[in-house]
Design a protein around this ligand. Structure first.
Ligand SMILES: [Zn+2]
Length: 311
């Protein structure tokens, strides 16, 4: 693009939030009853080579993204965290070892996010401003987590799936940015949903992106960008582009189907996605969305009337 040409095609597309939840193939919720945390240290890690492929793809497409990273992973791969940050991406927190927030009490949660953040800031040399709960595990059971995030000075969270799902979800939560703590500017940026047949459907990535045809994600992101006039928030995992990862014996069939379907096509679909739409880091999305965030205080979640700002 020639910067001196005044009317040269400025990119007027909405910038969407691109995120990678950085965990290894054995750290996913689907296998938590089969592989114990105490066994993690003995397993062959594959996260670093997968992250390098992702960094290459993002560099080639000219996009920047946010890497929500486990403290456990950062501690073992500090140079990888530095490479992510040095490439201009945001390093943010995914907690220490993928324990779900609703299984913590507040004190244990406070310790978990403090530990993860210390490690991530040490490795990246940058301040950590964002948090994503493992398995989108902030819901009405664990909404006190927002108060803790606010008190620890986080700028934003992207920890709510505003949808009904078998493992997670908070269907009453707003679909777009909200302020979960009345006394704080902390903003929650929920993962993307689309409206299909009058119902919210998950459209922000994960297994849905892998299993469904790419055209579904294209349709959903266009709906969010053009009809809602909001940014979409998309996420995926490093192990999803790794068809050669070890197969976990003894896992339930349903978990295996969810984890292994579509791995071989994932890299190609991701490439389509990052080229077709415009993407940026989650801290930039949060800064922009904070201006349009609605109040939705979790302590009265059942009774709170949702105030949708007209597009
Ligand atoms: Zn995760």
């Amino acid at each position: 693009m020639n910067a001196e040409t005044p009317f040269h095609s400025a990119d007027t597309r909405i910038a969407n939030g691109l995120s990678v939840d950085v965990e290894d193939w054995f750290q996913v919720g689907a296998f938590e009853n089969v592989i114990k945390r105490s066994e993690w240290d003995g397993l062959r890690t594959r996260v670093e080579s997968n992250i390098d492929r992702i960094l290459d793809l993002f560099a080639e497409a000219g996009v920047q993204a946010t890497f929500f990273t486990l403290g456990w992973v950062a501690r073992r791969h500090p140079a990888m965290i530095r490479r992510i940050a040095d490439a201009g991406h945001e390093v943010a927190s995914h907690g220490y070892d993928h324990a779900r927030v609703f299984n913590f009490d507040r004190k244990a949660f406070a310790d978990d996010i403090r530990l993860a953040r210390d490690i991530l800031e040490d490795c990246s040399g940058r301040r950590v401003a964002g948090y994503r709960a493992p398995s989108f595990s902030i819901d009405p059971r664990s909404s006190w987590a927002f108060t803790e995030l606010a008190e620890q000075g986080y700028t934003y969270s992207s920890s709510v799936a505003p949808i009904a799902h078998d493992h997670y979800g908070w269907p009453e939560a707003p679909r777009f940015a909200f302020r979960p703590v009345a006394t704080s500017d902390l903003v929650e940026i929920p993962v993307t949903t689309a409206i299909l047949g009058g119902r919210r459907v998950a459209a922000g990535g994960g297994g849905f992106f892998r299993v469904l045809p790419y055209g579904f994600s294209r349709w959903a992101i266009r709906q969010v960008n053009h009809r809602d006039e909001r940014p979409a928030v998309f996420y995926f995992h490093p192990w999803e582009i790794d068809p050669d990862q070890p197969r976990v014996a003894g896992a339930p069939l349903r978990s295996k189907l969810r984890h292994y379907t579509g791995l071989d096509k994932m890299a190609g679909k991701l490439s389509d996605l990052v080229h077709e739409f415009r993407w940026t880091r989650m801290d930039e999305i949060a800064a922009r969305e904070a201006l349009r965030a609605v109040d939705f205080q979790a302590s009265h979640a059942g009774a709170t009337k949702r105030i949708e700002v007209p597009a």
